[in-house]
Design a binder for this molecule. Structure first.
Ligand SMILES: [Zn+2]
Ligand SMILES: [Zn+2]
Length: 317
């Protein structure tokens, strides 16, 4: 067979051409010459092919090019971002094929969907966190969970509001707010309530706004309570509440029974172990420097935790 281009004899022709002539003319890859990137002017998200994404621009462009290079043979893509060159390498009939193209990146500033909803004051649910004297530490801990879940759920917090009894988070997605509320409920053994109210109509459909209330218990591990005239410290919170009395007796009660318990304003403090005998230990209160003998084992510890109640000192741990 003869190549119609160069007249050379060839065993195999490709569209009438010998392989050398064919490879000179053939383009195996079609690489886009331009990448149009929309950038959210509020959060910096990128959008090339319709979807808003956060991440490194180079990765997002690479992903886009990979999907949008038309190829007749497999393309091994390399991108030189500095010079904006995309290079495809592949093989045809055992020959290495390299094709490259300069591409241009153009930017347009926009607001992403999330940011435009957020700016428009849109929200679907209010997550209400309720706790008396909510500490900064606990607030931060919870907020980390909330922020993380909101991001994972591709939603947003429209507004955070501090109210006397706690915090309100206005969240873009009902689904996300609901799952956060459930998670906080389970984690903090909190009380949980949800309600829904009709806020209007949109395109002939009733629009409801949900409220998820998470009321954190006023007690936690380490809280002292008075239950049936006995003082206990909470040791664990599970299906049941694990208690230990000042004298070291363990007891389990149902969470419901906590309604009958009174929270005590008792704080533990350190005491230094002075001497350990076989009957007990001599300790010194780190606050009053008074020394006491208690019939407990220090088990070689240098310090123990004590609590003062009704004029007496108890060793807790
Ligand atoms: Zn030829
Ligand atoms: Zn945005």
């Amino acid at each position: 067979m003869m190549c119609v281009e160069c007249g050379k004899e060839a065993e195999k022709l490709y569209s009438g051409l010998c392989i050398d002539c064919y490879l000179k003319k053939k383009r195996f890859f079609v690489i886009p010459s331009q990448v149009l990137v929309k950038v959210c002017r509020n959060c910096g998200a990128y959008n090339i092919d319709g979807e808003w994404k956060h991440g490194r621009l180079e990765n997002i462009i690479e992903e886009y090019l990979r999907k949008n290079i038309r190829h007749e043979i497999d393309c091994n893509l390399e991108i030189d971002f500095e010079n904006r060159i995309a290079r495809c390498t592949g093989y045809f009939e055992g020959r290495k094929i390299i094709e490259e193209r300069k591409f241009e990146i153009r930017f347009k500033k926009r607001l992403c969907e999330k940011c435009s909803l957020k700016k428009g004051g849109y929200f679907e649910a209010i997550l209400q966190i309720r706790k008396k004297d909510l500490s900064r530490k606990l607030e931060k801990e919870m907020e980390e969970v909330i922020t993380k879940r909101v991001e994972e759920g591709n939603s947003f917090i429209m507004k955070k509001e501090r109210v006397e009894e706690g915090l309100n988070y206005y969240i873009g997605s009902k689904k996300v707010a609901h799952s956060i509320a459930r998670e906080l409920k389970n984690f903090y053994k909190a009380e949980y309530k949800s309600s829904s109210s009709l806020v209007g109509m949109k395109d002939g459909v009733e629009v409801y706004r949900d409220t998820y209330l998470v009321r954190l218990p006023e007690y936690g591990v380490g809280t002292f309570i008075k239950f049936k005239d006995e003082v206990y410290r909470i040791e664990g919170i599970g299906k049941k509440i694990e208690l230990i009395s000042l004298n070291g007796e363990k007891k389990y009660i149902y969470r419901d029974e906590m309604k009958k318990a009174k929270i005590m304003d008792l704080k533990t403090r350190d005491a230094i172990v002075l001497h350990e005998s076989k009957d007990g230990v001599y300790i010194m209160d780190s606050k009053t420097y008074k020394t006491y003998f208690v019939d407990k084992k220090a088990k070689g510890k240098e310090k123990v935790k004590i609590v003062e109640y009704d004029g007496r000192i108890y060793v807790i741990e």
